[in-house]
Design a protein around this ligand. Structure first.
Ligand code: 4AD
Ligand code: MG
Length: 473
């Protein structure tokens, strides 16, 4: 493995390495990468020793197995190199045969349509190593703090979250499904005996677990059929949802801040080389933009800034007041209205984070009308103990709340928004029998990966993005 060879070089040993050609210069120097590290290993070959037919096959992204002596390098830029004694071509890679990847900057759009090869690029191999690292850090964070990892169902008959459009799951013949007398589809004849869908959130099941195990988290795929073609939305994304018995909204905000900072720190401490590469990439991308469109900070600079500073914490009401005093509001530059009672749109969130506070902001106590039924009603009777965590460049990374733990108030809320009580019988029983105050939130995993890698489109931080009209690969 090249990562190990570079970290602990056993000089003078004869070793074999395998990987893909990143560059081949002067018929003499190969830069080989095997995915274990952002760095390449230099291979020096002596044209007299290696067969000419093999040298001809050393093309960009060809896969090679190389045996030779590991020696200290004379050249600048690397500490060690291999003097090739033999080279075996494991997989040829000829542009003449139609290979479309080239050793130059190619557009993100082009790379997306070639997702089967994009992980071989510097940028994407760094992104996916970091994605792995962040996922690992999620488990480490919660495991170290005594949380239990709960697997909640992907297919569910509960559709009460109200988090947007759902993907339906059915084995019925959709052309001519069995119908009830009133003409509606008879789902009692479906596989599960009721209508089902892909989950939009594991929260409600997570609450069941928290009210038995105390501290739990979920980490799984979630699905939303919202037709939003934006750089922040996927139809299939991963969410981490901690849920904690006895926590209130302040504990919840503390956990969210500690958690997100931990993930960033973990990457800074363990994957700096990948971050440095992505920092450079982002700087190049930024330089191509007009000055007023550029980010205020470089990637690593911003990551350090976020972990070193306390998040701003404001109420929804304060947020609306700030927005109504803002320049874009006065100049009528906001597309959506700002008034107490309407939801904050991403343009508003970005104003708060990028212009007003210039750091992550936690907004809490939203009007009950614009938030989910399960959020705890505040004493003002108007707002609920909801919180959104907003990040620079991304907007909302976390949504969460303290949950309504009072049975009668929850029944009232459920009725008010027109959900049938029977549907949530088990959820209501959790309040009736041995209930407790509890709180939790959901972190959009890809949005966090976006923030840490500096990738501007969410499609570029998940290997095989699912978006409207795209289910290739
Ligand atoms: O704010 P949301 O809808 O909250 C929930 O689903 C709660 N049940 C979470 C909880 O309290 N346990 O979603 C949570 C986060 C958002 O803040 C956002 O980061 C991400 O999930 N998210 C998406 N990420 C990518 N694509 C989408 N379509 C997303 N929708 C939400
Ligand atoms: Mg939300």
């Amino acid at each position: 493995e090249i990562a190990k060879v570079l970290a602990q070089p056993a000089l003078d040993d004869t070793i074999t390495v395998m990987g893909w050609v990143r560059a081949f210069r002067g018929n003499r120097f190969i830069a080989l990468n095997d995915g274990s590290t952002p760095h390449t290993l230099q291979i020096v070959l002596d044209a007299e020793k290696i067969d000419e037919t093999i040298i001809k096959k050393i093309k960009f992204h060809a896969c090679l197995s190389i045996t030779g002596q590991l020696v200290a390098s004379q050249g600048a830029g690397q500490a060690v190199e291999i003097l090739a004694e033999s080279i075996e071509v494991l997989g040829e890679c000829n542009p003449e045969d139609g290979y479309m990847m080239q050793p130059k900057v190619q557009t993100m759009e082009f790379l997306r349509t070639n997702a089967h090869f994009r992980m071989r690029t510097n940028t994407f191999s760094s992104v996916f190593r970091l994605r792995h690292a962040i996922a690992f850090a999620v488990h480490k964070f919660y495991n170290d703090r005594g949380f239990f990892y709960i697997h909640t169902p992907i297919i569910t008959g509960s559709d009460a979250e109200g988090a947007g459009e759902m993907f339906h799951v059915t084995t019925l013949d959709t052309n001519s499904p069995p119908r009830l007398e009133d003409g509606s589809v008879d789902y009692t004849q479906d596989f599960f005996g009721k209508a089902t869908n892909l989950t939009v959130s594991g929260q409600l099941q997570g609450e069941i677990a928290a009210l038995a195990l105390g501290k739990i988290y979920t980490f799984g795929p979630t699905f939303r059929a919202e037709n939003s073609n934006t750089p922040r939305h996927l139809a299939e994304f991963w969410m981490i949802e901690p849920e904690v018995a006895f926590n209130d909204i302040v504990d919840n905000m503390d956990l969210a801040e500690e958690f997100t900072k931990y993930l960033i720190n973990y990457c800074l401490e363990n994957h700096l080389a990948d971050l440095e590469l992505l920092d450079k990439r982002l700087a190049e991308e930024q330089n191509a933009l007009p000055k007023d469109k550029r980010r205020a900070m470089g990637l690593i600079e911003q990551l350090r800034f976020v972990v070193d500073n306390a998040f701003e914490r404001i109420t929804y009401t304060e947020a609306v007041e700030i927005l109504m005093k803002s320049k874009p509001y006065k100049e009528k530059k906001f597309e959506f209205p700002v008034e107490w009672g309407s939801d904050l749109q991403s343009e508003h969130e970005r104003y708060l984070v990028e212009k007003e506070f210039k750091k992550p902001v936690i907004v809490r106590n939203y009007p009950k009308e614009i938030k989910a039924f399960y959020m705890r009603l505040n004493d003002d009777d108007k707002t609920v103990a909801a919180m959104d965590v907003l990040f620079p460049g991304i907007g909302e990374v976390i949504g969460g709340s303290q949950r309504e733990d009072r049975h009668d108030l929850l029944v009232e809320r459920i009725k008010a928004i027109g959900i049938a009580e029977e549907e949530l019988w088990w959820y209501l029983q959790l309040r009736k029998f041995g209930g407790a105050p509890h709180a939790g939130f959901g972190l959009g995993f890809e949005r966090m990966v976006q923030f840490i890698t500096g990738m501007s489109n969410i499609r570029d931080v998940i290997a095989f993005p699912r978006t409207p009209g795209n289910a290739e690969f």
